[in-house]
Design a protein around this ligand. Structure first.
Ligand code: VGL
Ligand code: ZN
Length: 199
């Protein structure tokens, strides 16, 4: 459909088995994502793209463990293993992802002092990536989301998209979750409350 786009979130090596922040079954979604890409009118990809020493890496905070939470100036931030370092093999798209049709690649998390889960806003929920304006300017109002991880980058993107007034569907079979402390159930509930269609 002319006014609809598929947003493929972070289908990158580091989020797949063998990667540095592997999501269980992350690679299993690739065939289904490829089918969604094949039938989509417009395709946008996101790519988690951190400089070395990024503030979301536990290794940047002496004494802190991955998956713990710290307070940042913009709010609480989960600390992660080093992942998706700019230009690394881990930051590359999964080799099976058929991405050639993509019209735009949105890179995010490239500022050292702030993380960005959402494809629309950084984790201060204020600094835009530009994607909202890009889609609006192109007359795209309906979005289908798939990718990694359901409860972080996919969910934050879906919530922001709904808040911006897009009609949003998340294809759950084409997503996999990190699920930290019940985050998958909590974020699924939040998405439903925000009017996101869970397919
Ligand atoms: C993601 C944690 C850190 C994601 C990115 O793509 O969901 N999660 N960076
Ligand atoms: Zn990241």
């Amino acid at each position: 459909m002319a006014d609809a786009a598929l947003i493929v979130i972070d289908v990158q090596n580091d989020f797949c088995p063998g990667g540095r922040l592997a999501v269980a079954g992350g690679d299993e979604i690739v065939p289904l994502v490829n089918r969604l890409i094949a039938k989509a009118g417009h395709v946008v990809l996101t790519q988690d793209w951190h400089p070395a020493g990024h503030s979301s890496f536990a290794s940047s905070h002496p004494g802190k463990e991955p998956f713990s939470t710290i307070q940042m100036p913009y709010g609480p931030q989960t600390l992660w293993p080093d992942h998706c370092v700019q230009g690394s093999e881990g930051a590359a798209f999964h080799p099976g992802l058929e991405w050639t049709k993509a019209e735009l690649v949105v890179r995010k998390g490239f500022r050292k002092a702030i993380d960005s889960y959402s494809a629309f806003f950084e984790n201060d929920h204020t600094t835009p990536t530009g994607l909202g304006g890009y889609l609006r300017e192109r007359g795209i109002g309906r979005l289908t989301l798939a990718g990694l991880a359901t409860d972080f980058c996919v969910a934050y993107s879906a919530l922001d998209a709904a808040k911006l007034g897009f009609e949003v569907t998340v294809v759950m079979d084409a997503c996999r979750a990190i699920d930290l402390g019940g985050s998958l159930a909590a974020m699924t509930e939040k998405m439903k409350d925000a009017g996101v269609r869970i397919a």
